[in-house]
Design a protein around this ligand. Structure first.
Ligand code: CMP
Length: 140
C-alpha cells in the first residue's frame, strides 16, 4: 500500500552537510518528498515528539541533542514507505547498522544517529500531524 512516513534529518547530519545525500537515497529508493521544512526545535517541541521515551535514561540527552542545531523534517510517500525508510536508515545504533545504510554511512553514535523514521502506521500518523498541517502536505 502507498504509505506516508515522517523522516527527520538530525542535527549531526545537517552539520555534516549531508541533507542532499540523504534525501537522494530516499528518492532513488522510490520515495517522494511530499512535505519538508528546516526547523531548530525547542525543548518543548523535541520533548513532545519523543514523549514515549520520557522515562528512558537517555531522554534528557536525546532532547539536548535534537535541540543542538537545525533539523530537516520531511514526509515521505510511497509503496511501503514506513518499512522502506527503516531499511534505508539501518539499525538505531550505527555500530549495528548494515553496510550501505544511512546510519552506517553518516552516523557515529546511537545518540547522534543521523536520521529518525516512524516505526509504525500509528506513529507515522501522529508524527506527521505533529509537524505538518494538511495544507503543508503536497500529494503528487
Ligand atoms: P530515534 O529513532 O530518533 O528514536 C529515539 C532516539 O533515542 C533514537 O533514535 C536514538 O538516537 C536515541 N537513543 C539513545 N539511546 C538509545 C537507546 N539505548 N535505545 C534506543 N534509542 C536510543
Amino acid at each position: 500500500a502507498i504509505e506516508r512516513t515522517l523522516s527527520i534529518i538530525k542535527p549531526d547530519a545537517v552539520a555534516k552537510n549531508a541533507i542532499g545525500d540523504i534525501i537522494a537515497r530516499f528518492e532513488k529508493a522510490g520515495l517522494k518528498v511530499v512535505a519538508a521544512k528546516m526547523v531548530h526545535l525547542s525543548e518543548e517541541k523535541a520533548g513532545g515528539f519523543y514523549a514515549e521515551h520520557k522515562e528512558r535514561p537517555f531522554f534528557k540527552d536525546l532532547v539536548g541533542f535534537m535541540t543542538s542545531g537545525p533539523v530537516v523534517v520531511q514526509v515521505l510517500e510511497g509503496e511501503g514507505a514506513i518499512a522502506k525508510n527503516r531499511d534505508l536508515m539501518g539499525a538505531t545504533n550505527p555500530k549495528e547498522a548494515a553496510p550501505g545504510t544511512i546510519r552506517a554511512d553518516f552516523a557515529e553514535t546511537i545518540d547522534a544517529n543521523a536520521v529518525h523514521g516512524s516505526d509504525s502506521p500509528e506513529s507515522a500518523a501522529r508524527e506527521i500531524s505533529y509537524f505538518f498541517g494538511n495544507d503543508e502536505i503536497c500529494p503528487r
